[in-house]
Design a protein around this ligand. Structure first.
Ligand SMILES: O=C(O)CCC(=O)C(=O)O
Length: 342
């Protein structure tokens, strides 16, 4: 199933490598910065699991999911030494000589995997000031064998362990979501049994005029869950909520969790130091479905979004440039359709 369906998803036009761009002064201003009034919620997983009522853990978690779709997760229980190993290996990978990286770049060009520069679908698209390394991790048949065999062995081992650890963490987060929505966890679990896990690792080189470029264009992720690690604790992630641009602080040992296609975000760069991040995406498998949980849909609370196969959802999602607009807007049920469905 998935291999042939997937190779059609997310194909990208070839683009230059950011570190090889001529070092000419940049001219066009593109971003404005505003001081943020709000902070992304911080959820303590330990307190959540232990049902600590002083912290009102579950209510706080429910509000964070509902109102933000974005939160920082601390005390998450993921194995610290695996996380540290992944960080070290990733720094090593992006610090490889350009010739070595180009081999991985070639393994990824026009295919879904490998080092490249974002999902580029049009010649006019603004490019990201970043190198991106994309890997499909799970299910195993979705991997690109030629890409895995080109990986430095220690990196391969680290990414394997890290991705398994994050699949476990994702399951624990889904369990809490089911509890907070009063759903049977098995309903969510089934859809993720052959879930699609992929990782987008990014290296944002320092830029002499950071205010003139963007690290990663504004976008919202695809369906499911994103668990993001800000690798070297350099700030740069910003989310847009209610028209406000909110920088996400780097907290020690925290993950930034983002519920699927819910909130627009982008990455900025700075002139002092490179920044690295790893986003691990976890979605229903391509034969699974994306849509409102049937048990939450009632006459009083009709479905507001269409239900579709995961494969159709991703086809639509990847056909759009990362230009901020949530793909959820496209699959929203219009009011007159809602009346028909009643
Ligand atoms: O680098 C970051 O902080 C953001 C990464 C991100 O949003 C993504 O990979 O989808």
């Amino acid at each position: 199933m998935a291999e042939s369906k997937l190779t059609k998803l997310g194909s990208s036009l070839p683009v230059p490598i950011v570190q090889e761009l001529p070092r000419e002064p940049l001219t066009k201003p593109s971003i404005s910065f505003k001081a943020a009034l709000h902070q992304v919620p911080v959820i303590d997983m330990q307190k959540l699991i232990s049902g600590d009522t002083m912290d009102l853990g579950l209510d706080k978690f429910h509000q964070a999911c509902k109102e933000w779709g974005f939160f920082q997760l601390i005390n998450h229980g993921a194995n610290k030494s695996l996380v540290e190993k992944m960080k070290t290996q990733l720094e090593g990978l992006f610090n490889l000589p350009m010739e070595e990286k180009k081999k991985l770049y070639m393994a990824g060009t026009r295919k879904y995997g490998g080092i490249r520069a974002g999902n580029v679908v049009s010649e006019d698209q603004k490019l990201d000031w970043a190198e991106l390394f994309f890997l499909n991790m799970h299910p195993i048949h979705m991997r690109k064998p030629h890409l895995f065999s080109a990986l430095p062995p220690c990196f391969g081992e680290a990414v394997e362990d890290y991705s398994a650890e994050l699949r476990n963490l994702a399951t624990r987060i889904f369990e809490q979501m089911a509890t907070s929505l009063r759903l049977d966890f098995n309903e969510i679990k089934e859809n993720y049994e052959q879930g699609w896990q992929s990782m987008r690792m990014k290296y944002y080189p320092p830029c002499p005029q950071p205010e003139l470029v963007i690290g990663l264009n504004p976008h919202s992720d695809a369906g499911g869950l994103t668990i993001l690690l800000q690798v070297n604790e350099m700030e740069g992630l910003q989310i847009t909520k209610d028209g406000e641009s909110i920088p996400v602080k780097t907290l020690p040992d925290a993950f930034v969790v983002n519920i699927g296609d819910s909130l627009e975000h982008r990455a900025t760069v700075n002139s002092a130091k490179e920044r690295l991040s790893i986003a691990a995406f976890y979605s229903p498998g391509l034969d699974g479905t994306i849509g409102p949980a049937p048990r939450l849909v009632t006459r009083e609370n009709p479905a507001r979004f269409k239900t579709m196969t995961s494969a159709d959802y991703y086809k639509g999602y990847f056909a759009c440039e990362l230009r901020g607009k949530s793909y959820l807007e496209v699959i929203k049920i219009q009011q007159n359709e809602e009346l028909k469905n009643k």
